[in-house]
Design a protein around this ligand. Structure first.
Ligand SMILES: Cc1ncc(COP(=O)(O)O)c(C=O)c1O
Ligand SMILES: N[C@@H](CCOP(=O)(O)O)C(=O)O
Length: 468
């Protein structure tokens, strides 16, 4: 499998190189040259397989010959062996239509573990054959950071520098990052928003002098391998609910558009996906883009769903590229226009293409709280606020979807990560599973820096290990 950049001028890479590279050198994102396609029989054959076997079959076409099938299986067995549920991503039924796909049974209690536990092992495997030291630079609104740090802490040949918006992540999210004291872990609280942090990460990847000194890689969903691993659970849930004979709709709480783009990939591979419902909070750029074609940023508003307090959604570029006939130079021009003005209009082809599969909804705090209370009263489920945004969007669109189609909301985090917000909405204070350990008695270590690229760059350069 070859991977090409959405902006058309970076070299095409194979799976190993694309995993280690993260962002393309022309500022674009890597995407497979063509989507692999499963026949109905191949999808039917996934029924009854374990999560690990499903993962091997779904990911094999993307991995190509970078790993043998047995080696891929061994890495998946190790990665998903750390999950606390045998099914890894179990389905829970809420009522006759609505289901939850629980993605939070990994070590750090959010869906990010599904991809990052594997990515940590892929990094280690690929680095074992190279004389290279990897410098991971990432931005987090709370969950990617803890999952990535857990996945790479203490690994030889890797340093991780993780930027989070100071004061805008939950106390559990922050402590999951800052109490990891391995010498290769560096936490930076940025005096700004997640978007500021993400922009700095992308600027470092674009800085020739910096990338000449350090081998940078990404753990955010700009890294293709993140999305590849997330495609698996769409197939895993889909076949359990009747695919390929039956179509499924998915509602996805969305920020950086990675998780829902993985659903789009599953649909391109042949999974019968009836609808992908993009659920945003009041930071609603994606809802505006999908419903009106207007992709323009505003101020980021802090909400009870901090992991979705994002305006600039990295993976939207992958969708626009795929819907816009995959023309790299046109995509580069469109994105450069957006980067200059912080606004762009979707083309007709992009709007019409998106409308075939996507619906969207903007969910405010009241609708989120209502969904939380409904799930608790109706099905005894305590939802995290992000999942509740997803469920509220699922309910908003349910009447437009054939009643025979099950609607699956992706449950992206454990409620215990957002205890204060859940308590405010429902009066119930969720506990934390024992596997997170003594989070509140451990020492924290992080530095606070201004949202100034030069300051952040200098701080990282002083501590990072040159590539070779
Ligand atoms: C709990 C939770 N839900 C939803 C999202 C949004 O996912 P994505 O950025 O892939 O759209 C995030 C952050 O990414 C998250 O941490
Ligand atoms: N919500 C995310 C933001 C980063 O998203 P990613 O999927 O691109 O890593 C977080 O929790 O950090």
């Amino acid at each position: 499998m070859r991977y090409i950049s959405t902006r058309g001028s970076a070299p095409a890479l194979d799976f190993e190189a694309v995993t280690l590279a993260g962002l393309a050198s022309d500022g674009g994102l890597y995407i497979p040259e063509a989507w692999p396609r499963f026949s109905a029989d191949e999808i039917a054959a996934l029924a009854g397989l374990s999560y690990v076997e499903t993962a091997v079959r779904v990911m094999a076409p993307f991995v190509g010959d970078a790993l043998g099938e047995d080696e891929l299986r061994a890495l998946c067995t190790q990665a998903y062996g750390r999950f606390s549920h045998d099914a890894v991503t179990p389905l829970v039924q809420l009522d006759h239509r609505h289901w939850l796909l629980e993605l939070f049974h990994g070590p750090t209690l959010a869906f990010k573990d599904v991809a990052l536990q594997l990515l940590g092992l892929l990094f280690e495997r690929f680095l074992s054959q190279r004389d290279t030291h990897l410098t991971i630079v990432g931005a987090t609104s709370g969950d990617t950071g803890s999952a990535a740090i857990d996945a790479v802490a203490g690994r030889a040949k890797i340093d991780i520098f993780m930027l989070h918006p100071a004061g805008r992540v939950s106390d559990v999210q922050r402590r999951q990052m800052t109490t990891m004291l391995a010498p290769n872990v560096h936490n930076i609280a940025i005096e700004g928003s997640f978007d500021d942090a993400q922009a700095m990460v992308k600027a470092l990847f674009a800085d020739r002098e910096f990338t000449g000194r350090f081998a940078l890689s990404a753990v955010n969903s700009i890294n293709w391998a993140r999305l590849m691993a997330q495609v698996v659970y769409y197939f895993y849930a889909g076949v359990r609910l009747g695919a390929p004979g039956k179509a499924i709709a998915f509602a996805v709480p969305t920020g950086n558009f990675g998780d829902v783009f993985a659903g789009y990939v599953a649909a391109q591979m042949g999974l019968p996906v009836e609808r992908l419902i993009v659920a945003t909070n009041v930071n609603d750029i994606l809802h505006r883009a999908l419903s009106t074609g207007d992709y323009s940023t505003g101020q980021v508003v802090p909400t009870a769903t901090p992991s979705m307090d994002i305006q600039v959604s990295s993976n939207f570029e992958r969708l626009l590229f795929d819907l816009g006939a995959r023309e790299g130079s046109a995509m580069a021009a469109q994105m450069q226009g957006f980067e200059a003005s912080r606004a762009m209009k979707l083309t007709n082809a992009q709007r019409e293409g998106a409308a075939k599969l996507f619906a969207s909804a903007r969910i405010d705090a009241d609708a989120m709280s209502l969904a939380m209370r409904w799930a608790n009263e109706r099905a005894g489920q305590i939802l995290d606020p992000h999942t509740a945004v997803g469920l509220a969007a699922a309910m908003h669109h349910a009447d437009e979807i054939d009643p025979a189609v099950p609607i699956v909301t992706l449950a992206t985090a454990h409620a215990g990560k957002f205890r204060d917000a859940v308590e405010r909405a429902t009066g119930i204070r969720p506990g934390l599973p024992a596997r997170v350990g003594s989070l509140f008695s451990r020492e924290e270590r992080f530095v606070t820096l201004p949202a100034d690229l030069n300051v952040v760059k200098a701080w990282i350069a002083e501590r990072a290990t040159p590539s070779a």
